[in-house]
Design a binder for this molecule. Structure first.
Ligand code: GSY
Length: 164
């Protein structure tokens, strides 16, 4: 069994509903055996700042899927939830990024793991370290909770996932 962490972000429409749908879709996927969720955080947009605030969470998966199969699942869920890749860094119904896959370091055209920008993103680091406080960066060997970006503002606890 493999352990993977994903980041899920949304800043369009009913943001909580999109997060719940993404999780339900992960749970219904063959080869994903367990899904644990962080709290939901409301986060100021990073990159293109003139857009609505995001809801972000991180999920931990137990999975038999390999990294590229998991990438395909993430892309399928983004499509199911109506994501259109119009503006780079722009608003989206749901964005699912693979952050970590075991302690693997993957550099392929389609996929880089650990996610190349995760160390600079408080909206990733804060929910990740809530779920896995001692989680270690397989590249640097340092704990993610020691990253300077953990101290940035703009990330506010919004609530827990309430199962329907
Ligand atoms: O890469 C994820 C999409 N995204 C986000 C996000 O999920 N949250 C915040 N706060 N800013 C973001 N900018 C982009 S692009």
């Amino acid at each position: 069994m493999n352990t993977a962490f994903l980041s899920i972000g949304t800043n369009m429409g009913d943001r909580e509903a999109y997060i719940k749908l993404a999780i339900a879709s992960l749970r219904a996927t063959e080869g994903i055996e367990a899904v644990e969720t962080s709290s939901i955080y409301e986060t100021a947009p990073v990159g293109l700042t003139d857009q609505a605030d995001f809801l972000n969470i991180v999920v931990r998966l137990a999975t038999t899927l390999d990294p590229l199969e998991l990438l395909t699942v993430c892309q399928r869920i983004e499509q199911e939830l109506g994501r259109e890749r119009t503006i780079r860094w722009g608003p989206r119904t749901a964005d699912l990024d693979i952050l970590l896959y075991n302690d693997d370091v993957i550099e392929r055209e389609e996929l880089s793991v650990p996610h190349p920008r995760m160390r600079e993103r408080a909206f990733v680091l804060i929910p990740l370290t809530e779920l896995a406080p001692g989680c270690i960066d397989p590249v640097s060997g340092r704990e993610f909770r020691d990253e300077p970006a953990m101290q940035e503002g703009g990330v506010v606890l919004w609530g827990a996932i309430v199962e329907d």
